[in-house]
Write a protein that binds this ligand. Structure first.
Ligand SMILES: CC(=O)SCCNC(=O)CCNC(=O)[C@H](O)C(C)(C)COP(=O)(O)OP(=O)(O)OC[C@H]1O[C@@H](n2cnc3c(N)ncnc32)[C@H](O)[C@@H]1OP(=O)(O)O
Ligand SMILES: N[C@@H](CCO)C(=O)O
Length: 389
């Protein structure tokens, strides 16, 4: 397959901000419409990304880090303009960290279909109108196809490692299966080879919550007056999702049946856990687009590395690079048994790695010490040269 030409653009205005670790925000625009798995094409595709470290002249030290559903390209670095929080894997990326930016050139794109710089439903079409509900159906494969063009634009023929968790893990696995020659090694955290019935059920329930909001307007709300979008629906979707991201014992120990201070459930007040979910819903609504949430959730529902490739087992046999597949012992959304199957089928894996955590699926974001060990196992530090005699 010949890749479409890619037109790299200059760094975003401001580029590196004062106080940032060595890192840069930028984007590429694909020179030609992206052909999608559905047969449709997506014109005017832009992919935003951040980088840390220095690219080796031959591109051999590049590592691709792929974010989850509501993550973004800000994997490392402090909070700042456009980034309400510090990087979601800040503990892992930087000088001397597991992804040592004195050695590795780390690249984190914002996913295609997202809303933090890459083309998605809230972007404008070439004719200047918002995509909204006309944004095409995307799959994880389409997202990886766009990321492959980003790699070409950056002069990276082969990643030293492709690393991702949750939806990022789905994309990492898709990289390994569809482009094994370009995936030097693989780390997948808390992600399946194919979304299960239950995972599709959770995802489609969240999509239904958004679409049932009168503010959804068939996805065409981006030109509606400010504040009239499907915020209730998106908030409801986040509440449902967030419960699946945490574990039952954690919620029981942390909140129990307690009422939120100053509120009485018998008088219309909230339980603490309700208030906690309200908080996470409100936070997401402030920073995320409902249309992107729908498109990305549909892509996760469609995830199946075996589709049209003779099934999962056969597809995974293509991915023969060194691979680490990790699950979280308390993850009820992506149970580790599912990842054990992936690990057993991947030629380069020696079995499931288990992250111990009370926090459930979010453990891949929280248990950074354990993820650190996995990254160091995948990309061991260079053995120092013996002293000259
Ligand atoms: C890959 C990515 O997703 S990158 C983007 C970052 N991820 C997200 O935003 C996903 C949503 N968030 C999360 O999943 C989690 O917050 C994580 C994984 C980032 C961090 O987990 P934790 O450190 O365990 O945070 P936790 O779930 O306890 O949430 C803490 C927040 O809940 C608030 N909170 C706790 N109890 C209550 C309560 N009873 N009522 C209201 N708010 C509450 C805290 O004040 C805190 O608020 P803040 O985040 O605005 O400071
Ligand atoms: N907290 C993560 C969980 C999904 O993997 C997110 O919102 O992206």
């Amino acid at each position: 397959m010949t890749a479409a030409p890619v037109r790299p653009l200059p760094p975003a205005s401001g580029g590196r901000r004062e106080g940032d670790p060595p890192g840069r925000r930028s984007w590429v625009e694909l020179g030609e419409p992206l052909g999608l798995e559905s047969g449709a094409t997506l014109p005017g595709v832009r992919l935003a990304y951040e980088t840390w470290g220095r690219r080796a002249p031959d591109g051999s030290n590049a590592v691709l880090v792929l974010h989850a559903l509501t993550g973004d390209s800000h994997a490392a670095g402090p909070a700042g303009p456009g980034h309400p929080s510090a990087g979601w894997w800040d503990a892992l990326i930087g000088p001397g960290r597991a992804l040592d930016t004195d050695r590795w050139f780390v690249v984190a794109p914002n996913v295609l279909g997202g809303c933090q710089g890459s083309t998605g439903p809230s972007s404008r079409r070439p004719d200047g109108t918002h995509w909204g509900g006309a944004f095409p159906y995307l799959t994880i494969r389409d997202q990886v196809a766009a990321e492959a063009q980003l790699a070409e634009a950056l002069g990276i023929g082969r990643w030293a490692a492709v690393i991702g968790g949750s939806m990022g893990g789905m994309r990492a696995l898709e990289w390994a299966v569809s482009r094994p020659e370009r995936t030097g090694s693989l780390l997948v955290l808390a992600a399946p080879s194919a979304s299960s019935a239950e995972q599709i059920a959770w995802g489609s329930t969240q999509i239904a919550a958004i679409r049932s909001d009168p503010g959804w307007r068939g996805g065409g709300y981006h030109d509606a007056p400010p504040g009239s979008g499907p915020h209730q629906g998106l908030g409801l979707a986040r509440r449902i999702a967030h419960v699946t991201y945490r574990s039952e014992p954690e919620l029981a120990a942390r909140f129990g049946r307690r009422a939120q201070p100053g509120e009485l459930p018998s008088l219309g007040g909230r339980y603490q856990v309700e208030s906690y979910l309200d908080h996470h819903a409100a936070k997401l609504v402030r920073r995320f687009d409902a249309g992107s949430y729908v498109v990305l959730t549909e892509a996760m529902n469609a995830h199946d590395v075996g589709r049209g490739r003779g099934g999962v087992a056969r597809a995974l046999r293509r991915a023969d690079m060194p691979a680490l597949i990790a699950g979280i012992d308390s993850d009820r959304l992506y149970p580790p048994a599912q990842q054990a199957e992936t690990a057993a089928l991947l030629p380069g894996s020696d079995g499931l790695r288990l992250i111990e955590s009370p926090y459930g699926h979010d453990g891949f974001l929280i248990e950074t010490d354990q993820v650190d060990s996995l990254v160091r196992e995948l990309l061991p530090p260079p053995v120092p040269a013996p002293p000259n005699r």
